[in-house]
Ligand binder design. Structure first.
Ligand code: NAD
Ligand code: UDP
Ligand code: UDP
Length: 315
C-alpha cells in the first residue's frame, strides 16, 4: 500500500535540464516521483543516478498523447526550450505545448491534482516594457520562426486559465527567464552553453549582432527552489509569476566573463543577429519576492563557475 504522507508527483520533461534537477529535489524530499519524457532533448543519463531510488520511476511517453496515471501534483515541463531544438520540428513544438497542456490538464482534472506550467519569458516577445512585469501582455510575432514556441506557450497559459475558470482546477503558472547550469545540453545553441563549449575547445566565440542585446541569467538551483515554492502556495495563488534573476548583462559582457573564467584564448567573432531576437530581457521579481518569499541567491559569476566545471567533463 502507498505510504500516506508521500505525494505522487508527475514531472513531464523530467529527463531534461530543468526537469532532472526538479526530480533530484523531489526525490530527496521523499516524494514518489514519476518522470515522463520522450527523450527528444532530454536523456536517461540526466536521471540515471536516480534509478536506484525506490521513490523514482522513469516512463518514456510523448505528452501529445493521453496519459492515464494516478498523481497528486503535476509539473508540466515537457517542451524543447532552445531555439535550434524547438525550430527543428516547429509543428511538433506547438503540439507539445498545446496538446500536451490539454492532456496534462485533463489528467489533473480527473485526478483532482494540482498542476504547474513551466511557461516562459518568451510570452513577452520582444518587449516594449522593461523590466517585464506579469501584467504586461507582450509583443509577440505570431508568424515568425520563434512563434511555434512563443505562441504555443501563450496558448498553454490560456488553457491553464480556462481550466481554472471552467473546471476549478488548481493551477500554477511560472514564467521562467533564461536559466543555466549543469546538464544544459552542450549543443542546444543557447548562449551560455555555446560560449562555454567554444571557450573550452578554443573555438571562436560566436557573438550575434553587436552583442549589446541583454539577458538575465538565473542559476538552476535558484529556479527549482522557486518552482517548488510555487507548487506549495495556497490554492488561490495561480500566477503567472516571473522567476529569474534580475542581474542584466549584455551578451558581450557574458562572452568576456566566460573567457576570463575559463582562461581561454578564444577570439570573439560577430555573426548576424537571428530573426525576432529580443533586444533586452529582465524579470520584475517583485511578485515572486512577495508571494514566494524568494529571491535568487547565486550570482552569475558563481553559477558560471559551476557550469564550466560540468562542461569540462564533456569536452
Ligand atoms: P530541455 O529541452 O532540457 O527539457 C525539455 C524536456 O522535455 C526534454 O527532456 C525533452 O525530451 C522533453 N520533451 C519534449 N517534448 C516532449 C514531449 N512531446 N513529450 C514528452 N517529453 C517531451 O529544456 P529545459 O531548459 O529543461 O526546459 C524545461 C521547460 O522549462 C520547458 O517547458 C521550457 O519551455 C521551460 N523554460 C526553460 C527555460 C530555460 O532557460 N531553460 C526558460 C523558460 C522556460
Ligand atoms: N486525458 C489524459 N489523462 C487523463 C484524463 C484525460 O490524458 O487521465 C486527456 C484526454 O485524452 C483528453 C484531454 O486530457 O483529450 C482533456 O481532458 P478533458 O477531460 O478536459 O476533456 P475531454 O475528455 O472532455 O475532451
Ligand atoms: N547568442 C549569441 N551567440 C550564441 C548564442 C546566442 O550571441 O552563440 C545571443 C542570442 O542572439 C540572444 C542571446 O544570446 O540575443 C540569448 O540567446 P539564447 O538562445 O540563449 O536565449 P533566448 O534568445 O531564447 O533568450
Amino acid at each position: 500500500m502507498r505510504e500516506k504522507y508521500k505525494k505522487r508527483i508527475l514531472v513531464t520533461g523530467g529527463a531534461g535540464f530543468l526537469g532532472s534537477h526538479l526530480c533530484d529535489r523531489l526525490v530527496e524530499r521523499g516524494d514518489d516521483v514519476l518522470c515522463v519524457d520522450n527523450f527528444f532533448t532530454g536523456s536517461k543519463a540526466n536521471v540515471a543516478h536516480l534509478f536506484e531510488r525506490s521513490n523514482f520511476e522513469l516512463m518514456r511517453h510523448d505528452v501529445t498523447f493521453p496519459l492515464y496515471v494516478e498523481v497528486d501534483e503535476i509539473y508540466n515541463l515537457a517542451c524543447p526550450a532552445s531555439p535550434i531544438h524547438y525550430q527543428h520540428d516547429p509543428v511538433q513544438t506547438t503540439k507539445t505545448s498545446v496538446h500536451g497542456a490539454i492532456n496534462m490538464l485533463g489528467l489533473a482534472k480527473r485526478c483532482k491534482a494540482k498542476i504547474l506550467q513551466a511557461s516562459t519569458s518568451e510570452v513577452y516577445g520582444d518587449p516594449e516594457v522593461h523590466p517585464q512585469k506579469e501584467e504586461y501582455w507582450g509583443r509577440v510575432n505570431p508568424i515568425g520562426i520563434r512563434s511555434c514556441y512563443d505562441e504555443g506557450k501563450r496558448c498553454a497559459e490560456t488553457l491553464f486559465f480556462d481550466y481554472y475558470r471552467q473546471h476549478q482546477l488548481k493551477i500554477k503558472v511560472v514564467r521562467i527567464f533564461n536559466t543555466y547550469g549543469p546538464r544544459m545540453h552542450p549543443n542546444d545553441g543557447r548562449v551560455v552553453s555555446n560560449f562555454i563549449m567554444q571557450a573550452l575547445r578554443g573555438e571562436d566565440i560566436t557573438l550575434y549582432g553587436d552583442g549589446t542585446q541583454t539577458r538575465s541569467f538565473c542559476y538552476v538551483d535558484d529556479l527549482i527552489e522557486a518552482m517548488i515554492r510555487m507548487m506549495d502556495t495556497s490554492d488561490d495563488v495561480t500566477g503567472p509569476i516571473n522567476i529569474g534573476n534580475p542581474g542584466e548583462f549584455t551578451m558581450k559582457e557574458l562572452a568576456e566573463q566566460v573567457l576570463e573564467l575559463t582562461g581561454s584564448r578564444s577570439q570573439i567573432i560577430h555573426l548576424p543577429m537571428p530573426a525576432d531576437d529580443p533586444r533586452q530581457r529582465r524579470p520584475d521579481l517583485d511578485l515572486a519576492n512577495r508571494v514566494l518569499n524568494w529571491a535568487p541567491s547565486v550570482p552569475l559569476r558563481d553559477g558560471l563557475k559551476k557550469t564550466i566545471t560540468y562542461f569540462e567533463q564533456l569536452v
